[in-house]
Each structure stands twice: as structure tokens, then as C-alpha cells.
Design a protein around this ligand. Structure first.
Ligand code: BES
Ligand code: ZN
Length: 425
């Protein structure tokens, strides 16, 4: 199974790079023994000190179960889909493929749609069948904006400088790839940094969230609620980054050191303000987003399994590049319309920022994992989809691209502070 996953990962990576470069190089074996090729690649990279070797690996399985939209299947019109789907619902079909066929599928998708693969691959049929279910819509709720004093107190403490230095530290790792040694180091570094906020605050704790299938850990800082600790607000973004995969240099300054830096600045400002939420706030840096939302997928599924009541999730992914005329754009698909409207009201109440919205057209980031598990989630984004940062997923996604500044990210830090205080009351 692992081998299939590893294979899929490289496939998805090629997908990311493809969208960024608009050129796709299939990254699959074309008849080579996948098990041997991948094992050899992992061993040689591990002996070069690049990748973290995994312990015992089970025998590979060639089958993967792919769920995708029937509309996409029709538009592709590829011989791959001559086979019957093994299951389907009104909009989604599940196919059993050989792992070696995934490259061709991704290639076809890119030629047809010029975007990231709009499919999810799973190790088991059971996991794929979950995608046939319509995600439970979160119950409609009222959002009140009435914490002016506390919001303004905390807003006054948010600083561009501390965002800049956090982006600088995170983008200084060679890469934060979810399987590389430096990707693991970056997570450990963040755990130590966030651990500092827990000093003299018994209500704050920091813990890694370990993932069974890869070494990079997600990081969770919990600010325990004073009166309604069982209700949880989640604020965060992905910690990993990628530029072609493996141990390639990938500073990922905008995608997504910026979102993690803003998350950290919200924690810092709230701690400096001496703020104590009524509900619990969990600040999360997700591992392994770039390879199919795997980190947030694990975390959101674990929260759902534990019956955790998540009142809202704010995803911060790409917040420091001003590519479009308006200040902030809300992604309108795979998100909560009610919570998006609340965020717009927060901007109108506490800032002069202009805002709009657009559709990703697919589950483009970690909010989709929370939506899938029935929680209200949002993605405020730095630009429109057409004008997104052209340097992401490349070695040139550096802080220097924004002149060493974080003016755009500062807007998101302010929005996230207002969101935390107005929702965790
Ligand atoms: N930050 C991007 C998502 C993004 C990029 C949104 C540009 C809007 C505009 C994210 O890290 C990413 O690259 N996601 C993948 C999809 C994921 C499921 C592997 C992508 O979009 O290729
Ligand atoms: Zn991203």
C-alpha cells in the first residue's frame, strides 16, 4: 500500500508542477517494476541524507481506487474509462485502476483541464466509497459581530515584522517536503517555536499530530476555552511545500510559509493581549497538503471520529502576494457560504480592505478536508485564481519576491485575529 501511495504522491507532485509551469512530465514507470524502482529511489535518496527511510514496507498492491466527477470522465473521453466504474453516485464515479495507469490519467486531466488532477486516489475501495457520500452540510448558524473592544485591542498588536521573520525562518529550510529530513526538521522547529507561547500559560499546550504514512508531523497549539472548552475553532495552514518533489530546493515562502507565519502571528498577538477564549482555539500547521491534502485529511477525520464540535475552520494558504486589485478573495467552493459572509462582515467592520470571491473548481487546499467532514471552513486568498503567484512550487518562491515585506499577509493576520475573537466568544 505504501508503495502505491508513494507512487501517487509523485504523480500529484507532477500535477502541482504542471499547473504552475503549464507543462506536464508524466512521472510514472511505463512498465518498469514500480516496487523495485521506488524502493531503489527511496534507498538512494535516504543514503544521500535526503529522505527519511520508512521502516518495514508491506508488499505493493497494484490496484488503486480513484474517485472523480462523472462530468470530467465524459470530457476526457479516454479509453481508460472503457471499463465500468465499480461504484457511482449521481455525480461521482469510482474506478479501479492499476497504479501504473495513474500517470496517463493525470496527463489527460492536465491536457483537458489545465489544472491539478481533479481526482482522489485511495488505497482501498472502502476509502474511495466514502467520496460518494455527499458531505454533511454544517447546520446554519447565526454569526454575531459584537466584540469590538477585544478585537481592537488585539488588532493593535499585530505586526508585519514578526510575520516577515517567521516567513524568513520557514523558507530558510532547504525544503519542507513531507518526506524529506528538512521537512521533518521544519515541523520540529515549529513545535519548539510554538512551545514558547505555552510558557506561563497552563491553558496553552503544543503537541505534534503524527501521521501513520509519512514522517512529517502536523503541529497543534491548543488554547483551551475558559467556559465552553468542548467547542473548537481551527485556524491554520499547511507547513509543507514542494518544487518538483523529493529533496529539491523549495523555499515555499508564499505557498505556504506565509499562512503558517500569519497563524503564528495571530497566536503571538492574542498571547500578548492576554486574551483567553471562551471556546477552545486550535492553531494547526498541517503536514503534507501538497500531496493530496493528506495531513489535514488525517486531522479532520480524527476530529470527526472523536466527535469534536468544530465551530469553524479558517485556512490560511498563500497570503503574501498581491496579484489582483482587491485585498482578499474568498474561495466560494468547498467552503461555507455562511462563514464566508461572516468573514466579509469582519473585514467591513474592522478594516478598510476590499474583498471578492472566486472558485478553485476543485478541493485546492486544506479547507476541503474540513468541509468533507461536515465542518464550516473558509479560504481567504491573496488573489484571483487567474492571477495567483506564478512562483509557487518553484525554487523562486522566496520572500525576496515580495521585497522582504509582508504587507499583504498582514491583512490576513488582522482578519484571522477578528475571526478568532468574534467566534471563540
Ligand atoms: N496553495 C495551493 C492551492 C492554490 C494554488 C489555490 C493557486 C489557488 C491558487 C496548494 O498548496 C496546492 O498546490 N494545492 C494543489 C492541490 C492539492 C489537492 C494537491 C494544487 O492546487 O495543485
Ligand atoms: Zn498551498
Amino acid at each position: 500500500m505504501r508503495v502505491v501511495k508513494g507512487f501517487l504522491v509523485s504523480l500529484l507532485l507532477s500535477g502541482c508542477a504542471a499547473r504552475a509551469f503549464a507543462v506536464y512530465t508524466p512521472d510514472f514507470d511505463g512498465g518498469v517494476d514500480v516496487k523495485l524502482a521506488i524502493q531503489a529511489a527511496i534507498e538512494s535518496a535516504a543514503s544521500a541524507g535526503g529522505l527519511v527511510p520508512e521502516p518495514a514496507r508491506p508488499a505493493p498492491e497494484r490496484s488503486v481506487w480513484v474517485s472523480m466527477e462523472k462530468n470530467d470522465v465524459g470530457a476526457l473521453d479516454d479509453a481508460l474509462f472503457k471499463r465500468a466504474p465499480v461504484a457511482q453516485s449521481k455525480k461521482i464515479a469510482v474506478y479501479e485502476f492499476d497504479a501504473a495507469e495513474l500517470g496517463r490519467l493525470a496527463d489527460g486531466m492536465h491536457r483537458a483541464f489545465l489544472r491539478a488532477p481533479g481526482f482522489f486516489a485511495h488505497d482501498t475501495l472502502e476509502a474511495a466509497l466514502e467520496d460518494l457520500k455527499t458531505p454533511p452540510a454544517p447546520p446554519a448558524r447565526a454569526y454575531a459581530v459584537d466584540q469590538e473592544l477585544r478585537v481592537k485591542q488585539a488588532l493593535a498588536l499585530v505586526k508585519e515584522d514578526s510575520i516577515v521573520s517567521a516567513i524568513a525562518s520557514l523558507s530558510a529550510f532547504r525544503n519542507r517536503y513531507y518526506r524529506s529530513a528538512t521537512g521533518v526538521d521544519a515541523s520540529k522547529w515549529l513545535q519548539r517555536e510554538w512551545g514558547k507561547f505555552a510558557q506561563n500559560r497552563p491553558d496553552i499546550s503544543v503537541a505534534p499530530f503524527k501521521h501513520a504514512a509519512f514522517p512529517q508531523e502536523s503541529v497543534i497549539l491548543t488554547m483551551r476555552g475558559t467556559t465552553e472548552p468542548d467547542k473548537v475553532i481551527v485556524i491554520g495552514g499547511h507547513l509543507d511545500c514542494v518544487a518538483g518533489g523529493g529533496d529539491n530546493p523549495a523555499p515555499g515562502a508564499d505557498d505556504n510559509a506565509s499562512g503558517v507565519a500569519v497563524t503564528q502571528e495571530v497566536i503571538r498577538a492574542l498571547v500578548e493581549a492576554g486574551y483567553k477564549p471562551a471556546k477552545t482555539i486550535k492553531f494547526i500547521a498541517f503536514a503534507a497538503e501538497e500531496v493530496g491534502l493528506r495531513g489535514s485529511g488525517d486531522v479532520a477525520a480524527a476530529f470527526k471520529k472523536a466527535g469534536t464540535a468544530v465551530d469553524g475552520m479558517l485556512n490560511l494558504d498563500m497570503v503574501n502576494y498581491k496579484g489582483s486589485p482587491l485585498d482578499i478573495y474568498f474561495v466560494s467552493d468547498n467552503t461555507s457560504a455562511g462563514q464566508n459572509a461572516f468573514l466579509g462582515r469582519l473585514l467591513d467592520t474592522y478594516t478598510d480592505y476590499t474583498w471578492g470571491s472566486f472558485k478553485c473548481g476543485y478541493g485546492c487546499s486544506d479547507h476541503a478536508s474540513w468541509t468533507k467532514n461536515g465542518y464550516p471552513a473558509s479560504l481567504p486568498f491573496e488573489s484571483t485564481f487567474e492571477q495567483y503567484n506564478p512562483f509557487i512550487h518553484k525554487a523562486t518562491d522566496t520572500l525576496a519576491q515580495t521585497g522582504g515585506r509582508a504587507e499583504q499577509a498582514l491583512k490576513f493576520a488582522r482578519l484571522a485575529v477578528a475571526y478568532a475573537v468574534e467566534l471563540a466568544k
